[in-house]
Ligand binder design. Sequence first.
Ligand code: UD1
Length: 429
Amino acid sequence: MDRIRIVGGRRLEGTIPISGAKNATLPLMIASLLTDQTLILDNVPRLADVNLLQRILSNHGVDMMVPGKRPGESQEFGHTLHIVASRIVDTTAPYELVSKMRASFWVIAPLLARMGEAKVSLPGGCAIGTRPVDLLIMAMEKLGAQIEIDGGYVIARAKNGLKGGEIKFPKVTVSGTHTALMAAVLAHGTTVIENAAQEPEIGDVADCLNKMGARISGTGTSRLIVEGVTRLGGARHSVLPDRIETGTYAMAVAMTGGDVLLEGARPELLQAALDVLKQTGAEITSNNHGIRVKRNGSGLAPVDVSTSPFPGFPTDLQAQLMALMSKAKGTSRITETIFENRFMHVQELVRLGARIHLDGETATIQGVERLKGAPVMATDLRASVSLVIAALAAEGETMVNRVYHLDRGFERLEDKLSACGAAIERVSG
Ligand code: UD1
């Protein structure tokens, strides 16, 4: 299994290109199930999760093609995917595949909408809390689906098609909102989705669905209105930049000091996180090329932050912020309100010398003068990258084990950081 070796203490200087967002790419690929025409996605990040979803979709009969490199075109980052689901050969998503990646459960809504039935394994346990699917089931039922749970599978049926209806989510859910949208676009009549998630990736998927012929309005607000259509066609869509990758590298620069342009990043996708970084003392500016993050000699100021749905501070940057605050001058507080049990990084950060006290959903971090390298183990995607951030500022060598979590969500992380002067390398085997 690959590991990543980091020797801390180097400032980061240069440019980091920001990849397409993982959390938009996955539902965009899944949306291909809604049409028999070709969906072309540009700016698709090269990630293990994308490869896995390709396998899952091909099990349903979806063909995927990555066209060759044109002269002068760089294939280092991002690529184009041609996806065509001309014939769905299987409406079952088996446990062996769904259990590897929770988001693959989301195939249930487009399969149901297009084929009138779907049988998808419940995703099973997850490292960051229970993560149920009750609200996804509720959304499909509101549109007339009959749902049964049998042998660990959710079986959804709508023999005469889905019907528009009103879906009101009791809590904000990204997975629920994606499911409601993908079910509603081919339903008879109008659907209103109340208390919808406003995450930018939802807007990106809605934009793509509209290019395919869907009629979705209210994007970017908590009330989405979908007028059902009888069929969707092909489209070409470029995936929006990854705001979590952007925030992660911004925190890495704040941690080590330095001056880095996050190329292609868009500030409006992570304003809350950029505001927190400014409070810590980082200098943030943006222009047409992206976001520039700078921090010179002065120490980091502590912060008090709670995660919340967009436009609040994202849960997917909570672990990275905690790593950063481990070296702040003073005591910070970080409260996790989205997922229970999303603190697996705490024990590993402590191994690097961080002083963190957990009390329920709040972590109190007392900044320390120095962190010291050690072997650490990552347990989920965002936790792993928080260890990388801490290691970049720790004295000596840190070995991050189990890096397949990083490969799930960060495109060529070690190349991007070493191009800016970090001492980081992948150790195979
Ligand atoms: C998505 C993101 C993930 C991010 C999260 C919150 C993808 C692929 N993943 O995950 O990176 O951390 O949004 O921004 O886009 N819930 C229920 N019942 C349900 C569904 C959800 O109670 O049926 C709860 C969850 O347990 C959680 C909260 O709602 O406490 C938010 O979950 P949700 O927004 O659905 O997260 P995901 O879509 O799984």
